[in-house]
Write a protein that binds this ligand. Sequence first.
Ligand SMILES: NC(=O)c1ccc[n+]([C@@H]2O[C@H](COP(=O)([O-])OP(=O)(O)OC[C@H]3O[C@@H](n4cnc5c(N)ncnc54)[C@H](O)[C@@H]3O)[C@@H](O)[C@H]2O)c1
Ligand SMILES: [Zn+2]
Length: 385
Amino acid sequence: MIERELLGTRIVVGGGALSGVGEHLVASATAHVRTIAIITDDNVAGLPLARVVVDSLRRAAPAARLLRRQIPAGESQKTRGQWSALSDWLLSEECGRDTTVVALGGGVVGDLAGFVAATFMRGVPVVQIPTTLVAMVDAAVGGKTGVDTPAGKNLIGAFHRPAVVMVDPSVLETLPGEHVRAGLAEVLKHGAIADVTYFQSAAQQGAALASRPHATSGAWWRSAEGRDLVLRSIEIKSAIVASDERESGPRESLNFGHTVAHALEVESNFTMLHGHAVAIGMIAEAALGERIGHSVQGLAETLRRAIDRVGLPNRLLASFDVDRLIEAMRMDKKARAGEIRFAIPRELGVMTPIDGRWSIAAPPSAIRDALQSITPIELPSAANR
Ligand SMILES: NC(=O)c1ccc[n+]([C@@H]2O[C@H](COP(=O)([O-])OP(=O)(O)OC[C@H]3O[C@@H](n4cnc5c(N)ncnc54)[C@H](O)[C@@H]3O)[C@@H](O)[C@H]2O)c1
Ligand SMILES: [Zn+2]
């Protein structure tokens, strides 16, 4: 088992980690824990890992009251309505400040239950148990919590550091392939912004996973390589977050690919998986970086090849209207004073600030060019030729 420390949060990574969640919860508590409230979703509740977590909590905190609540799975649940339903549930159970919330699931459960914990009685501890690759390498680490609104994703939320994060990569065995690939997009992003060697090995391992049948690819997460892939991503994100918790500097570099990705998500009415949007976003932004003289030539092509081999989308569908995408970027919460900003590596694994900023503004004409450069030209069909 490997332990890391991030801004007071204990992060435990390794096979079998979940059977130790009870001990870690108790050890991290600064006061008596009377109630433990597990929040999970319908899919995760039925997995064997849920039983492991409950058993561990019962064993380590036999006197605590254990409450459980499951919500339907999916992004559509990450709402103020679900936040208030969960908060009302805690109130109806007469929970007080001596409650610890356990977020058991993917990024949706993590963000939502984290936000419930951040606001309940002005903040109670949360233990994050991420069960998807996205949640392990990204959502559970860094303390951002929140919900979506009709105006956009994650627009209401709070920073709330988890007390403990327990990560067992072997639970990814049951995760559907498209969610594994979505997580690999963030893994590749971490390599692209901070560690070229990691990028290359992650691309190779991702390609191998993509070409294997699900049964054997799932079991791979039990290997040391599987654990290390997850661990290194957590380390990269943790180091960046530790240097800039509130995103006024280097944390911006984690937004590589995300200015374009958020526009794609908005324009697809959130039907596109975030990881898929990030994959296309990284290629588009690298192409932009090359065009404005910020990034080395060839960066976009290197990314495109790796992303393609992992089985992620690597072209912009011609059905997207480029001008509408640019308009959506202008509306994004990261756009300031009408400027559209991008965090783009100089070269693979290297981010550097410009005049103290970790993102760079680009003119719409260059953005349009970059987006068009990754849109395949539609060939006329045989009948029209
Ligand atoms: N807070 C942050 O910093 C941060 C960072 C990245 C993403 N996010 C958020 O995370 C969310 C996306 O997270 P996600 O991709 O984990 O989605 P998700 O939580 O919807 O999980 C994806 C699917 O996998 C299922 N699942 C979870 N664990 C499983 C397992 N072990 N085996 C089988 N199925 C399993 C879930 O029930 C769900 O159907 C978004 O809302 C995004 O905004 C937050
Ligand atoms: Zn992301």
